[in-house]
Design a protein around this ligand. Structure first.
Ligand code: ZN
Ligand code: ZN
Length: 497
């Protein structure tokens, strides 16, 4: 998932969204010992009448303050340099020696993610918009009012439930997260408390949760999985990891699981490889209930990578027995890089018509919203912030005004902020979510003029968060190009495990 500017962006994006290392996992999922005094700190009560996913135009009712966790005395230990932690067992009568041995647990909810400080979430109901004009008609709303589930891929550092808090803090109506370390074959199982926290926070706001129903959450699977590999031992290893991801989704009450279909690794035909992917999906459907497998389209056309064409996606769907549990996710950067143009109203309409004919919108389970640093058909997976790459703002306005894209997770995987602002790495996504709603609302006859000024303003804004680091001089450029090649190779090499 490559970010912007730096050629090591793939790495950085992963790090910024990486859940945790295994050892951190332990800490994150270890339930705090609860004394009667601190028990009340467990639940987050956010009482509001606003139902997020039905938010109407300009709804600005911010969530009232959440109940602050009642920390027992001496528990918050910011001073000792371990923010957000509290002593869990003893207070007054603990001697220095045993104090050192006392396990620390993270305070819940983490103060920096306190729901009391989250912004209001809003979005334009799709039915309220005038149609987007295309040369031979319009992208007419053909479905009833449904909300846009716009959000971002956020970190689950501190436990999976923190992802819901981060999404809410970013003003998102949907989100994506990893369910374990995306670069490890094995991770520790969830503690019961981590599962319960997640399930509680998914609930509607008037029931004390953050209002993220299952249809608004799209998990991203491990990068290591290659279900298209014909090597039996490697396929089995991938399958175990895949099934583990699905089981984690099921534990958390998540329904949509998105992952990369894989690669032939040059060892078999694409048809054989696609059949292996479908075999894994059928097997997993029998072993893990409910979770829907959402195959992502890929950028690297003309390679061993699967899923770079709509027909690859259609082949997988055809071979899956339970059609109610197979969907696809269109990544805009991957779509464009693989040669499908979406830059204008007309090219967007043509590409989406192709998708409808070859795959079918009934199988669209989510989208990843990313601009591209590489050109049309460049086959490179290089994500850029919305509207600032080779795709441009118009495509994203088309998506935001397309009723077929409502009620499915629309997930930003754009480069996070280099410069942590008041909301840290969420800063860029907060702005991009606002930007997408802003461009969604602009009428057709005003778009061409306004898009220019909006892009200029947004680019300046983004450059503050992610200052440009273009190297000066040929030597630096050459070095950068070399490094970029290395990063891409590393990305590609993931399939060979
Ligand atoms: Zn992906
Ligand atoms: Zn993606």
């Amino acid at each position: 998932m490559p970010p912007r500017r730096s050629t090591s962006s793939v790495k950085r994006y992963r790090e910024s969204t990486s859940p945790l290392t295994s050892s951190e996992d332990d800490a994150a999922y270890t339930p705090a010992k609860v004394t009667p005094k601190t028990k009340g700190a467990r639940s987050i009560a956010v009482k509001t009448d606003a139902v997020i996913v039905e938010a109407a135009v300009n709804v600005e009712a911010a969530a009232p303050p959440a109940k602050k966790p009642r920390a027992s005395k001496g528990k918050i230990s910011k001073e000792d340099g371990e923010n957000y932690k509290r002593d869990v067992g003893g207070d007054e009568a603990v001697d220095e020696k045993s104090k050192k041995k006392t396990p620390k647990a993270k305070m819940w909810p983490p103060p920096d993610l306190d729901p009391a400080n989250h912004p209001a979430r809003s979005g334009f109901p799709i039915f309220a918009l005038s149609p987007t004009t295309v040369s031979n008609g319009s992208l007419n709303p053909s479905v009833p009012s449904r909300p846009m589930l716009l959000g971002a891929h956020v970190s689950m550092g501190g436990g999976p439930a923190t992802a819901l808090l981060r999404a809410s803090k970013a003003g998102a109506n949907g989100l994506a997260l990893f369910v374990k370390n995306q670069r490890s074959w094995k991770s520790n199982p969830y503690e019961d408390e981590a599962i319960q926290r997640f399930r509680d926070l998914m609930r509607p706001r008037d029931e004390g949760g953050m209002g993220y129903p299952p249809e608004s959450i799209l998990v991203h699977g491990s990068y290591l999985i290659n279900l298209g590999n014909p090597d039996t031992a490697k396929w089995n290893m991938s399958y175990e990891c895949f099934r583990d991801d699905l089981r984690r989704c099921h534990q958390l009450g998540i329904k949509l699981y998105n992952w990369h279909p894989g690669s032939t690794v040059g060892a078999c035909s694409k048809e054989e490889s696609l059949a292996l992917v479908a075999k894994a999906i059928n097997k997993a459907h029998a072993e893990v209930p409910e979770v829907v497998c959402v195959v992502e389209n890929m950028a690297n056309a003309n390679s061993n990578i699967l899923g770079t064409t709509f027909s690859d996606l259609a082949t997988i769907i055809r071979l899956v027995e339970d059609k109610s549990r197979i969907r696809v996710c269109l990544d805009t950067c991957h779509t464009f890089a693989a040669g499908y143009d979406i830059r204008t109203n007309d090219t967007y309409a043509v590409t989406m018509r192709k998708f409808g004919e070859e795959v079918g919108f009934e199988y669209l389970g989510g989208m990843h919203l990313n601009d591209s640093k590489a050109g049309l058909g460049a086959c490179k997976d290089l994500h850029e912030n919305i509207g600032l790459g080779d795709i441009g703002l118009t495509a994203f306005r088309c998506i935001m005004r397309d009723p077929r894209m409502s009620h499915i997770p629309l997930i930003l995987e754009t480069p996070a902020a280099d410069k942590p602002l008041e909301v840290g790495e969420l800063a860029v996504w907060v702005k991009e979510i606002k930007l997408l709603y802003e461009i969604q609302a602009i009428p057709e006859d005003e778009w061409s003029a306004k898009s220019v000024e909006i892009e200029k303003r947004w680019r300046a804004d983004r450059d503050v968060m992610n200052p440009p680091k273009e190297p000066k001089g040929k030597a630096k450029n050459a070095k950068k190009a070399k490094k970029g090649k290395k990063d891409e190779d590393e990305e590609g090499s993931l399939w060979h495990c």
